[in-house]
Design a binder for this molecule. Structure first.
Ligand code: CO
Length: 508
């Protein structure tokens, strides 16, 4: 018997991939105890974009979500996605900030840190792997799977060995774009299993329609752990459905032991949430199907859809094909880096600028930093001409050391800044403030989000001339006080704590 185990991604990657990371803690808590009893090897509950999106759009304090979920689901290990030295932000942070973040997360109950680096430089994962182990948690070393003329099965196997040598407790193949093909997956898992003595996990997105085939071949090659999403938040840009894979493996040597009848309780819950997200537009029908363009362009599905929107905003809709043809040009010049947060955005924007202003006429500081080694060692050498241009533009020299070696410790400075603003100065606030200063300030400025009350337009005349002001929450942090005699409405709209008076007249 070689049973495989499943990590349930529905509370993190499932809604990050399909519902713009908008699932609220309140929507997770009712089902968390039941998910906890299913027998998953881990529940992915935190990290990735959930911290940024939670603060920005849901006004949730990140550690509060972790505490609440941990309390509701105490048995199954909790797992989070960590971007190595980028933590859950978009640039490299000082070692002491990374260490404090990992220590705080472990203290709040995080059990498994799934650690990757956006340029696949294991040196950027060293500090977080060490910190996770020190905190008594597991560190899963993650390989960002990508395709390019310089990437072979051997490249990834070598990286897997390096991560295992660093002390990783498992190796994850992170196929964020869904580009991993079945037979490649078979070879990759087989060679990894022959090379490392730790479990191998497949995290494959469904975007290109390949994931279920690749996962099955990966299981045959000896994969130990598979990431799946409950069916209502599966497929499209998310993962393959949990229930289908449970059924596929039933009665085989790989039988997961998960119970389809019990899973159905979970499915029914998320089916209702899915309806809600479709109705409020958070799930776009576009993200649900197979995007065969990803096979052609070799880029993550999310990047394609973001890009169409950005090009539209720039009045460059007609340049879609041209910009996409530019992506491999930019990737090649920048050493064939994988396309994952944040490199996908950086490469995408640079491709757009190259088309708009001419190749390398206008270089973003982030693209320049990649070219100069400030994101880490790239898979292939950077184009020397482009590197020279970037050095001139940025007025700094290329580096080859581990980038964080050049970053001064940050915690004391963060504490001082928080104190100056009258905000809490504990480690928890420091690490979140390091990545999202504006969001943290806004979080303490804005009122708590109220119940989701629909905006009601009351056209009936008020019964009494001086009715007590009523308050309607229009959106997070925007409130409207309604008062005044019948026939007109004086509204006070409060945005970011500032009052704006608006008079609404009845017409006709
Ligand atoms: Co993912």
């Amino acid at each position: 018997m070689n049973p495989v185990t499943f990590n349930c991604t529905v509370l993190r990657d499932g809604h990050q991939s399909l519902a713009a990371t908008r699932m609220k803690t309140a929507d997770m808590l009712p089902i968390a105890p039941i998910l906890d009893s299913m027998g998953f090897s881990a529940l992915e509950t935190w990290g990735g974009a959930t911290i940024d999106a939670g603060l920005r759009f849901l006004k949730e304090w990140p550690f509060d979500r972790l505490d609440a979920l941990k309390k509701a689901a105490p048995k199954t290990p909790h797992m989070m996605l960590l971007r190595g030295q980028n933590i859950v932000g978009y640039t490299n942070y000082a070692d002491d900030v990374v260490e404090a973040f990992v220590a705080m997360s472990a203290k709040h109950g995080m059990n498994i840190f799934r650690i990757f680096d956006c340029v696949n430089d294991p040196r950027n994962m060293e500090t977080s792997i060490r910190a996770a182990k020190k905190a008594g948690a597991q560190a899963h070393g993650t390989i960002c799977y990508t395709t390019s003329p310089v990437h072979t099965t051997q490249t990834f196997v070598d990286m897997g060995r390096e991560l295992a040598d660093m002390g990783a407790d498992a190796i994850v193949i992170k196929d964020m774009a869904g580009l991993l093909k079945p037979y490649t997956c078979y070879d990759l898992v087989k060679e990894l299993k022959e090379t490392v003595k730790i479990p191998v996990d497949i995290h494959s997105h469904y975007t290109a329609g390949l994931a279920s085939m690749s996962i099955l071949k990966g299981i045959e090659a000896g994969a130990d752990i598979i990431d799946t999403a409950m069916s209502p938040l599966s497929l499209g840009t998310s993962h393959m459905p949990t229930e289908s894979l449970v059924a596929a493996l039933q009665g085989t040597d790989y039988d997961t032991g998960l119970d389809l009848k019990q899973l159905n309780v979970v499915r029914a819950y998320f089916a209702k949430l899915r309806e809600k997200y479709i109705a409020n537009g958070q799930i776009s029908p576009k993200s649900l199907g197979v995007d065969a363009n990803t096979l052609l362009y070799q880029v993550p599905g999310g990047m394609l859809s973001n890009f169409r929107t950005q090009l539209k905003e720039q009045g460059m809709e007609d340049k879609f094909e041209e910009v996409f043809a530019e992506i491999p040009v930019v990737r090649k010049a920048l050493g064939w880096i994988p396309l994952v947060t944040p490199t996908s955005q950086i490469v995408g924007v640079q491709a757009m600028l190259n088309v708009k202003f001419g190749r390398w006429k206008n270089i973003t500081p982030q693209a320049a930093d990649i070219a100069l080694g400030y994101y880490g060692r790239t898979s292939a050498p950077v184009d020397p001409e482009v590197q020279k241009l970037c050095a001139e533009k940025m007025g700094k020299e290329p580096i080859t050391c581990r980038p964080a070696d050049l970053i001064k410790p940050g915690m004391e400075d963060l504490r001082r800044k928080l104190a100056e603003k009258g905000l809490p100065t504990d480690d928890e606030h420091c690490v979140i403030y390091a990545m999202f200063p504006q969001q943290v300030e806004d979080f303490y400025k804005k009122p708590e989000p109220k119940e989701e009350a629909p905006v009601q337009v009351n056209t009936a005349p008020a019964a009494a001339p001086a009715a007590a002001p009523s308050m309607t929450v229009i959106d997070n942090g925007i409130t409207a006080r309604v008062s005044g005699p019948s026939g007109s409405r004086d509204l006070t709209i409060v945005i970011n704590g500032q009052s704006h008076s608006v008079k609404v007249e009845r017409i006709g």
